[in-house]
Design a protein around this ligand. Sequence first.
Ligand code: GRF
Length: 215
Amino acid sequence: MPATCNVVVLISGSGSNLQALIDSTGTDNPARIRAVISNRADAYGLQRAEAAGIPTRTLDHKQYADRESFDQALIEIIDSYDAELVILAGFMRILSPAFVRHYHGRLLNIHPSLLPKYKGLHTHQRALQANEKEHGCSVHFVTEELDGGPVVLQAVIAIHSSDTPENLAQRIHTQEHRIYPLAMRWFAEGRLQLGQAGVELDGQPLPANGQQLPN
Ligand code: GRF
C-alpha cells in the first residue's frame, strides 16, 4: 500500500466531478481529499463535501483587489493542507502564472472536449456546429496556456444526429466522472508524472492526446 496523497479540490459550482472523486476514495485508494475550496459561497459542491465530512473553505475573489492577491491567498489555504495534488473541478477562475508555476506538475484540470480541440467555453455547441463525429473530455496538467497543458486521459463518445448541446453535456459529464477519479488515483499511486518530455504513466511517455479510456 503506497503512502497517502493529500488532495485539495477547487470548485465553483455543482461539483458533480467532486462527487465522483469523493466516491472513488476508499481504503484501497491512496488519494485523500483534505479540503474543498470554492470561490462562491453558494456552490452546491460545498454541501457535497460537507456531507462527506470533508473540510470546506470559501474564498470570495470579489474581496481581493486583483487576481494575484486572490491567488496568493488561495495558495496559502491550499498549502495549509499540505496538498500534494490540486484538482480543478469546475473552478471558474483563470489562475495567474504565479499560481500555476507554484503547482507545476501537481495541478490537474478537466475540460469538456477532446483537447487540443475546443479550448475555452461552449465546447458542445462548437463540436456540433463543426459536424464532428466524435467528442469527449480530457484531463490535463495545467500550464500557463489556458486549456493547453499536456493531456493525461481522454474519453471519447460518438456524436449522434439527435444530439443537442444539452444532452451532449450530460453524456460528457458521465465520461468525466469516469476519467477524473482514475487520473487522481494514478497520481496518488505515484504512477502519473509530468516529466521534461510530457506526461508519463508508469515511467512511459503518453501520446500527445493522453491515454484513451475505452468505452
Ligand atoms: C465540467 O463540465 C468540467 O469539464 C468543467 O466544468 C464542469 C464542472 O462540472 N471544467 P461539475 O461542477 O463537476 O458538475
